[in-house]
Design a binder for this molecule. Structure first.
Ligand SMILES: Cc1cc2nc3c(=O)[nH]c(=O)nc-3n(C[C@H](O)[C@H](O)[C@H](O)COP(=O)(O)O)c2cc1C
Length: 206
């Protein structure tokens, strides 16, 4: 079983990465393979809404979103990390998730997921709520911890001094490992994710 931890910060080895590393350690201690995927520091375009992904099965903008889509072929769970920018998830990870979910929702469907946010001081729970919306529109069980998954720090060293934040991400990772094992045992006993239904789309035009 494998979890992809997406570092949605422009900093490859910054605060978000530091929090994800703590989650990664615990996942591995619990027998879950894991990989940190960095979205990079190049500009990431937002979704063009062209709808081409529905036909070609990937985003027409060929960047890290499609690299991530390759990894989703074999992943069982996801943790998306973001720095807090103006009390929201960062702009790059927002564009990344818009496109990754719009073009790759089928592969993400039904897989456990969680968000972790890193902030200096404020806006963490607003950013956290924003990121959880991607999971709840795609039948993805949200893995929780004993607090909202946030760390505080302006540097990796400060994040590591946030004892409560670090404990939160460690408990989250342990819960992710537990849920993945339950899902695996369920599958072996014929209990699988309910198949997606065709969506009844109503655009509030009546
Ligand atoms: C453009 C920008 C906006 C930010 N906005 C906030 C904010 O609203 N609240 C906050 O606490 N920190 C804010 N920060 C600080 C970062 O969230 C914080 O330092 C974070 O831990 C950095 O994570 P990283 O090293 O993974 O990028 C902001 C930083 C930047 C660059």
């Amino acid at each position: 079983m494998k979890v992809i931890l997406v570092n949605g910060s422009p900093h490859e080895k910054g605060c978000t990465y530091t929090a994800l590393c703590e989650a990664k350690k615990v996942l591995e201690e619990n027998g879950i393979e894991s990989e940190i995927f960095w979205i990079g520091s190049k500009p990431i375009a937002g979704c063009r809404g062209c709808g081409a992904c529905a036909k070609i099965g990937k985003c027409v903008i060929d960047d890290t979103v499609n690299e991530f889509a390759e990894l989703t072929q074999t992943a069982d769970g996801y943790i998306f990390g973001s720095p807090v920018h103006y009390a929201s998830a960062g702009g790059a990870i927002t564009s990344f998730m818009d496109r990754a979910f719009y073009s790759g929702k089928a592969k993400l469907f039904g897989k456990p997921a969680a968000a972790i946010v890193s902030c200096r001081r404020g806006g963490a729970s607003a950013a956290f709520d924003q990121m959880n919306k991607y999971f709840t529109i795609n039948c993805m069980p949200i893995v929780s911890s004993n607090y909202w998954n946030q760390v505080h720090g302006n540097t990796p060293e400060e994040v590591l001094r946030d004892e409560e934040g670090i404990q939160t991400v460690q408990i989250l990772a342990r819960n992710m490992a537990w849920l993945l094992k339950c899902i695996e045992i369920g599958g072996e006993n014929g209990i699988n994710v309910p198949a997606p239904e065709p969506k009844r789309r109503t655009n509030f035009i009546r």
